[in-house]
Design a protein around this ligand. Structure first.
Ligand code: P6P
Length: 337
C-alpha cells in the first residue's frame, strides 16, 4: 500500500520553499509529535484521572479542564524541545510565552494555538481539537515580542488543526493547498488521507448555536430563515448540525460543504472565537481549500489584530454559502461588521 507519512510529505514539499533550511519542516513535525501524545490521552480520557476540572479559569473566564492543561503543556514542551520557536501564544495563557534557550537560538518562528478547542465536550466523548498558527518572527533576535504575534492572518506561514475524533486527523496548509493526514495508530504515523482538499462551493449544512437566536444580528436571523425555507432548486431546507466543538463542525463542513457561523451576541458583542489562534488559522486552511472566512462583511485574514485574545465574529465554509451570508448581513445588519 502506497502510504505517504506526514514526515515524508513535509520533506517532499520543502522544495516549495527554496530558502527553507528545514526549520518549518521540523516545527510542523514538533506539532505532530505533541498531537500524537494528546490524542493518546484524549482517547483514554475516560479511563484516567484527567477528566473533570482543575478548579481554575482561563483568561476567557472558562473553567479549565485537566485535559486542557495537559494539552497546553504537551504542545509547549514539544515546541520548546524542538527549538524552532522564540515564543508561543496560547488560549490557556494570559500572556505569550517568550522562549530563550540554547536550543531556540536563531529560532525564526512563533506559534499561536488553542491547545484543546471545544474542551467542554471532553467529558461527554465528543470530538475536540487543537488549532495552530505559525508566523515568521518580526523581532530580530532573542525571545519573541508582542509584535511577533500581532500580525494579520495573511502573514501566516502555516496553519492547521488536529481533530481528536473517531480518528485523529491533522489538516494543515503552508499556503500551497490544504492536506489532511490520518493517524494510523498501528504505526504511530500521520498518513496522507486527504490530499489537496477542495471544499464544495456549496453545501446543505449550517452550523450555529440557535440558542442565541434572539440576540443575533438581523442579517443572521434572516439567513437562518432562508436556510429553513422549502426550495428544491437550492436543496433547501438545509440541515442544522452543531457539535459545540468548532474544529469538528468546521472540519465536517470542509469535507462535505457547509457554513459555520458564530456571530456577535449580547454575551459576546465582538463574537466568541479568537482571531489569533482560532479564526485566522481556520481561515487560512479553508481559503486554501477554496472556501471563505469573514466577519459577515470583512475577510478574516485581513483584520488588524491588537490583542492576543481579540475576538471576532466568524462566518466560515463553502464560498457560495459565505457569500450568501454576506448578502444578508449587508442587507439587514447595519452594525459595523
Ligand atoms: P457555544 C468552543 O468553546 C468554541 O470556541 C468553539 O469550538 C465552538 O464552536 C463554540 O465555542 C461553542 O460555543 O457558545 O455555542 O457553546
Amino acid at each position: 500500500m502506497n502510504v505517504t507519512t506526514l514526515g515524508q510529505f513535509i520533506i517532499e514539499k520543502q522544495a516549495d520553499f527554496p530558502y527553507a533550511k528545514g526549520e518549518l519542516s521540523r516545527l510542523l513535525r514538533d506539532i505532530a509529535i505533541a498531537a500524537k501524545i494528546v490524542n493518546r490521552e484524549v482517547t483514554k480520557a475516560g479511563l484516567v484521572d484527567i477528566l473533570g476540572e482543575t478548579g481554575e479559569t482561563n483568561i476567557q473566564g472558562e473553567l479549565v479542564k485537566k485535559l486542557d492543561v495537559f494539552a497546553n503543556e504537551q504542545f509547549i514542551a514539544a515546541l520548546k524541545a524542538g527549538g524552532e520557536v522564540c515564543g508561543i501564544a496560547s488560549e490557556e495563557n494570559d500572556d505569550f510565552i517568550p522562549i530563550e534557550s540554547e536550543m531556540s537560538k536563531g529560532a525564526k518562528y512563533v506559534v499561536a494555538m488553542d491547545p484543546l478547542d471545544g474542551s467542554s465536550n471532553i467529558d461527554v466523548n465528543v470530538s475536540v481539537g487543537t488549532i495552530f498558527s505559525i508566523y515568521r518572527r518580526l523581532s530580530l533576535k532573542g525571545p519573541a515580542t508582542i509584535e511577533d504575534f500581532l500580525q494579520k492572518g495573511t502573514e501566516q506561514v502555516a496553519a492547521g488543526y488536529v481533530i481528536y475524533g473517531s480518528s485523529c486527523m491533522l489538516v494543515y496548509t503552508t499556503g500551497k493547498g490544504a492536506n489532511g493526514f490520518t493517524l494510523d495508530p498501528s504505526i504511530g504515523e500521520f498518513c496522507l488521507s486527504h490530499p489537496n482538499i477542495q471544499t464544495p462551493k456549496n453545501g446543505k449544512t449550517y452550523s450555529i448555536n440557535e440558542g442565541n437566536y434572539l440576540h443575533f444580528p438581523d442579517g443572521v436571523k434572516k439567513y437562518l430563515k432562508y436556510c429553513q425555507e422549502e426550495d428544491a432548486a437550492t436543496s433547501r431546507p438545509y440541515s442544522s448540525r452543531y457539535i459545540g466543538s468548532g474544529v469538528a463542525d468546521i472540519h465536517r463542513n470542509l469535507i462535505t460543504g457547509g457554513v459555520y457561523i458564530y456571530p456577535t451576541t449580547t454575551k459576546n458583542p465582538s463574537g466568541k472565537l479568537r482571531l489569533l489562534y482560532e479564526c485566522n488559522p481556520l481561515a487560512f486552511v479553508i481559503e486554501q481549500a477554496g472556501g471563505k472566512a469573514t466577519t459577515g462583511g470583512k475577510r478574516i485574514m485581513e483584520l488588524p489584530i491588537t490583542q492576543l485574545h481579540q475576538r471576532t465574529p466568524l462566518f466560515i465554509g463553502s464560498s457560495e454559502m459565505v457569500d450568501k451570508t454576506m448578502e444578508f448581513m449587508k442587507k439587514y445588519s447595519l452594525e459595523k461588521i
